[in-house]
Write a protein that binds this ligand. Structure first.
Ligand SMILES: *Cc1c(COP(=O)(O)O)cnc(C)c1O
Length: 362
C-alpha cells in the first residue's frame, strides 16, 4: 500500500485506516453472504442488524438516555436546517438561534423561510472569533426552540459548554464535533450531524431526537421531511443510505475499541495542543483566529502575515504530503481539521512542518 496522506480535510474528511481496511475486506462478500451490503434489501436481516446495531452503538458511546430515537436520514445537515422549523416551529412562536458563524447563519436563513426567527446571542461583532457567553443568551418569549452550532467548522470556534435553555428545547448542530468529547445528551431535545466530518462518509445524517418532540410534528408536511415518519419506521420508511450507515457502524466500533468519547477527547486535546503550540510559540508568525477559550478541537484556524505567505505555506505543505490546509474559500487563511480519525502522528508532522516553514520564512 502507498503512503497515506496527512489528511486535514474539513469534510468529507479522514476515516480511520482500520475502518477502511475492514470495509475493504467486507466489500465484495459481506459476512459470507456472497454479496456486498450494498447489493441487498434494506429489509433483509443483515441490513436490519446494521441499522439496529449502529443505533445501539451510538446510544452507548454518547450515553443517550432512554426516551430518545436515533434516526439515519438523507439530505445532509443542510436539510435539517429546513426540517427543524418545518417540524417544530408553530405560528405565533419564534425560532431562536445563537449566531456563531457560517453554519449558524445558514440554519437561521433557512428557518426564516418558515416563520419568525430571533437571534438569542451573536458573536458577529467579534467576527465569530468567540462563542457568546452563556449568560448573554437571551431567549425570546415563546421560543419554539433554541438552536446552537456546537462547532463552527469554517471559523473554528467551539462551545466549551452548552447553554441551559430551561423548558425550551435545545437543538444542536454537532456535524463537525459529534463524539469528539463526551456530551450530556439530556440537555438537548435534538442533536444532529452530517456524518462526513467525524462519523463516517457523506450520505447519512444522524439525528438524535427526544421522543416528546414527535408530538409537535404537524401532519401537513411532506412525508419524507417529517421526523415522525422516520421515527415510526426505524429509519426504514424508504431506502436508507445503507452503505453510509454501515460505514458509520464501523467508525463507531473503532471509537469504542479506542476507548470511547472520553478517550477521543484526550487524544484530540493532545493532537490539537501540538498545533496550537506551534501557533502560540511562533511569536506572531502564525496567528490563531479564535480566542483561546473557544478554540476548536476539530478545526484549527490560523492566519499568517499576508495571503502570499499563506499561499506559499499551502503549496509547500502539499509538496510534503499534507492535504486540506487551505482555509474555507469564504474566510481565507489556513485551517487544519483534526477530526477523531486524524492520527496524532499527522498532527505532530504538521507542527514540525510549521516550525520548519517559519524557520525558512520568518
Ligand atoms: C458541514 C456542516 C454542515 C452541512 O453539512 P451537509 O451535510 O453538507 O449539509 C452543517 N453544519 C455544520 C456545523 C457543518 O460542519
Amino acid at each position: 500500500m502507498g503512503k497515506r496522506a496527512y489528511n486535514f480535510n474539513a469534510g468529507p474528511a479522514a476515516l480511520p485506516l482500520e475502518v477502511l481496511q475492514r470495509a475493504q475486506e467486507e466489500f465484495v462478500d459481506y459476512k459470507g453472504i456472497g454479496m456486498s451490503i450494498m447489493e441487498i434489501s434494506h429489509r433483509s436481516g443483515e441490513y436490519e442488524q446494521v441499522n439496529d446495531e449502529t443505533q445501539s452503538l451510538l446510544k452507548e458511546l454518547m450515553g443517550i438516555p432512554d426516551g430518545y430515537k436515533v434516526l439515519f436520514l438523507q439530505g445532509g445537515a443542510s436539510t435539517q436546517f429546513a426540517m427543524i422549523p418545518m417540524n417544530f416551529l408553530k405560528a405565533g412562536q419564534v425560532a431562536s438561534y445563537v449566531h456563531t458563524g457560517s453554519w449558524a447563519e445558514k440554519a437561521i436563513e433557512e428557518a426564516k423561510q418558515f416563520g419568525e426567527t430571533a437571534i438569542a446571542a451573536s458573536s458577529e461583532a467579534d467576527k465569530f472569533t468567540r462563542i457568546p457567553a452563556l449568560s448573554d443568551i437571551k431567549l425570546a418569549p415563546n421560543s419554539a426552540y433554541l438552536h446552537i452550532t456546537s462547532n463552527e467548522t469554517i471559523g473554528g470556534a467551539q462551545y466549551p459548554e452548552y447553554p441551559d435553555s430551561g423548558n425550551v428545547p435545545l437543538i444542536g448542530d454537532m456535524s463537525s464535533d459529534i463524539l469528539c468529547r463526551p456530551v450530556d445528551v439530556s440537555k438537548f431535545a435534538m442533536i444532529y450531524a452530517g456524518a462526513q466530518k467525524n462519523l463516517g462518509p457523506s450520505g447519512v445524517t444522524v439525528v438524535i431526537l427526544r421522543e416528546d418532540m414527535l408530538s409537535l410534528v404537524p401532519k401537513n408536511i411532506p412525508t419524507m421531511l417529517s421526523y415522525a415518519t422516520h421515527a415510526k419506521n426505524n429509519s426504514l420508511y424508504n431506502t436508507p443510505p445503507a452503505y453510509s450507515v454501515y460505514m458509520v457502524n464501523l467508525v463507531l466500533k473503532w471509537i469504542k475499541e479506542n476507548g470511547g468519547a472520553a478517550a477521543m477527547e484526550q487524544r484530540n486535546r493532545e493532537k490539537t495542543a501540538l498545533i496550537y503550540q506551534a501557533i502560540d510559540n511562533s511569536g506572531g508568525f502564525y496567528r490563531g483566529v479564535v480566542a483561546p477559550e473557544y478554540r476548536s478541537l476539530m478545526n484549527i484556524t490560523f492566519r499568517m502575515e499576508n495571503e502570499e505567505l499563506e499561499k506559499k505555506f499551502v503549496k509547500e505543505s502539499e509538496q510534503q504530503g499534507f492535504v486540506g490546509l487551505k482555509g474555507h474559500r469564504s474566510v481565507g487563511g489556513l485551517r487544519a481539521s483534526t477530526y477523531n480519525a486524524v492520527p496524532y502522528e499527522a498532527c505532530k508532522a504538521l507542527a514540525e512542518f510549521m516550525a520548519d516553514f517559519q524557520k525558512r520564512n520568518g
